[in-house]
Design a protein around this ligand. Sequence first.
Ligand code: CUA
Length: 354
Amino acid sequence: MMSRWHKHLGPLWPGGKCALLLALATGMRTSMVYAGAPDQVTSIFQPLSTPAESSYQTALLTLTVCAVIFLIVGGLLAYTTIRFRRRAADDSSEPPQIYGSNQIELAWTVLPVLIVFVLILVTARTTADVQNQPAPPDALKVTVVGHQWWWEIRYPELGIVTANELHVPVSHAAMRKLTFLRLESADVAHSFWVPQLAGKTDLIPNRVNSMWIEPKETGTYLGNCAEYCGTQHARMLLRVIAHDPDEFARWVAAQQQNVAEDPQVKTGREIFFSTSCVNCHTINGTTAKGRFGPDLTHLMSRNTLASGAAPNTPEKLRAWMRDPQMIKEGALMPNMQLSAEELDQIVAYLLTLK
Ligand code: CUA
């Protein structure tokens, strides 16, 4: 860690001038980093991925500098307030009036400018380091498309399409595994943000942005859309699931399979294919090829429905189809006006899409 600080600061502040900052920053860091395993954390202060760690270090440096300035200014203020307070023995005459001091004014102009300049350089360097990271040949490549209000997730090299839950391999020091994301939007501007993995990056219509993540622990990382994109912006939730390499390979193999037709759910399948569900959804190996809504090929492999608006249980699935607006007001999925029996049949069919 010291070496990284020196890499940033060495050329700027040679010698031990920033020893206090370094001690503060590194001391705080060791006690905080890796304290929060994924699954419950959405904090930039518990990074578990290289780009997030870079942002975290820069944020910590900035916060430390600000804290030191605050302590100096606040301390001087408190000192003068107490030291030069009005005393009982004071007469009521005015103290000597002083009009300016070139030295002091110069000092408190130049010093902040230098501090801000150093912070700009460090921030620019961190940003450049993250953005200029080349994709290694074995990097996983994923395209993420933002929609109102869900995430389309495509693995072009693996032939997999899913939604809202991004599965990636975990990265170990011995065998690093980076995931590069190509970010696009189908409608308005969105922003991909999983705080423990990387900073925010916008998904903008007619433009391709990119970012990368490198989760260092297995588990589920929570995130959300970070750019206001309409009424259900708050429920455009995101999960990144980091697997061990073997487990990831199994997930890939399972996702690449087409689902076998189960004769027991023939009625439900027929109802599904006779409604306009097929115009918006894809189910691999069938005539359903819609791209407007999430791919349903392996719907039941996902933990949530409607981009995290509800858990993916049979009850919620049924409620979602009965009236999407009850679960996610403003959702673009139409109410198909299905009867109770049709709903049961379709749910039975969808439950086979594992
Ligand atoms: Cu998508 Cu906010």
